[in-house]
Ligand binder design. Structure first.
Ligand SMILES: Cc1cc2nc3c(=O)[nH]c(=O)nc-3n(C[C@H](O)[C@H](O)[C@H](O)COP(=O)(O)OP(=O)(O)OC[C@H]3O[C@@H](n4cnc5c(N)ncnc54)[C@H](O)[C@@H]3O)c2cc1C
Ligand code: FES
Length: 366
């Protein structure tokens, strides 16, 4: 018994000493002092040495996309480092192509500012701002998806392109002790600058979606950063192919609402799939588009229709729907959103029928 007690006390003492040494090291050895950050060869900042590049930028209200909230698992926070930044870390390698590495691209959430640093970021990121929204509405549209409607304070507006996304800053709550950013596509059209709309699916035990689905109520405040993303409506004459499952409907809805409002009558087919009728949503809006937009067509399947659904239509997944109804991908462009698996197989189907990869635009909701 005495031996066990001595072992426990020894381990506790060693852990305590190590924690103390680490904390002293953090405050002394790891104290890099102030560092100079030069952005796009023109803007100079003084930042705290030792912080990640991502947090140093956020600290200065320059917002880089970060769908995983800095965990090094989304690959969205890429920034070109011209000087400083040190060696590429093993945690970055999986997200950097050979071309990225040769060009000095780094994951800003992994790369720490330990010396003066010079970076390059796309100019449009200077337009990304933080907004304090108020929840106007947060209702279920089917069994797992919430339609979140957010209002800006009077006089404030957001500018974005149809298809882009924002990031919600999820606060800490009982059961979640870290603030995290998560990406959500805008479902509203860009003409609607004061109020934004999002579709948010519930992911079991997901930090942000649990917050939105169970704790966020009308009248509460919500911090949003954006807009981000290179998935957006392109002006062109090409025939459009839209593909979505689940909440992937959101950015497609923004694009369709934009086209509807502006009477853009390009030929356009929207392929969608749900498991059963209960999972369908926005059907009234889509019927309105079909009525008013003569070249727009909605094709959907129910992959696990129940007896109640009395469904006699297609039961196949989206890639097979595409293969069935789209003969030729040449001179067309595709807009796709949803799970990475769906996007990969739908893109494969489109390339098989002759669509050029350069005209396949997508956001993988990972
Ligand atoms: C550009 C972009 C746009 C997006 N737009 C939308 C949108 O409009 N609507 C929307 O609902 N989501 C969207 N997402 C996904 C969203 O950003 C979150 O990943 C998702 O809501 C889960 O967040 P969470 O904090 O609740 O879960 P987390 O706490 O991040 O995850 C909890 C666990 O669930 C797993 N997990 C995460 N996502 C999924 C998933 N989809 N399916 C199964 N398991 C999962 C994680 O791996 C983890 O193990 C988008 C993502 C990107 C990158
Ligand atoms: S923020 Fe996701 S990888 Fe850096």
């Amino acid at each position: 018994m005495n031996d066990i007690l001595t072992t426990v006390i020894s381990i506790s003492a060693i852990s305590g000493t190590l924690a103390l040494l680490l904390s002293i090291a953090n405050r002394t050895i790891a104290n890099y002092g102030d560092k100079k950050m030069l952005i796009n060869n023109e803007k100079e900042l003084i930042v705290d040495g030792g912080d990640t590049l991502l947090s140093s930028l956020i600290e200065n209200e320059i917002f880089i996309p970060s769908a995983c909230g800095g965990k090094g698992s989304c690959g969205y926070c890429k920034v070109k480092v011209l000087e400083g930044g040190g060696e590429v870390l093993p945690t970055e390698l999986g997200y950097l192509t050979k071309e990225d590495q040769d060009g000095g691209v780094r994951l800003s959430c992994q790369c720490k500012v330990k010396e003066d640093i010079s970076i390059e970021i796309p100019e449009e990121l200077f337009n990304v701002k933080q907004y304090d929204y108020t929840v106007k509405q947060n209702n279920l549209v089917n069994s797992t998806i919430k339609h979140l409607v957010l209002d800006l304070p009077a006089g404030k507006e957001i500018d974005f392109k149809p298809g882009q996304y924002i990031q919600i800053l999820t606060p800490t709550y009982k059961g979640n002790d870290e603030e995290v950013y998560r990406a959500y596509s805008l479902a509203s059209p860009p003409s609607q600058k004061h109020t934004i709309e999002l579709f948010i699916g519930l992911i079991p035990e997901g930090i942000c979606t649990t917050y939105v689905h169970t704790l966020l109520k009308e009248g509460q405040k919500l911090t949003v950063v954006g807009p981000f993303g290179d998935f957006y409506y392109r002006e062109s004459e090409r025939e459009m192919v839209m593909v979505a499952i689940g909440t992937g409907m959101a950015p497609i809805m923004s694009i369709l609402r934009h086209m509807h409002e502006n009477k853009i009558h390009r030929k356009c087919t929207f392929f969608f799939s749900a498991r059963n009728k209960q999972e369908l949503y926005m059907m009234d809006k889509i019927a309105e588009f079909e009525k008013d937009m003569p070249n727009f067509k909605f094709i959907y399947s129910l992959t696990r229709a129940t007896d109640e659904d009395q469904w006699e239509g297609d039961k196949v997944r989206v890639p097979d729907l595409i293969k069935k109804y789209l003969e030729n991908g040449a001179n067309k462009e595709a807009y796709m959103c949803g799970s990475p698996k769906m996007i990969d197989s739908a893109a494969e189907a489109l390339v098989e029928i002759g669509m050029e990869e350069a005209f396949i635009y997508y956001d993988k909701f990972e």
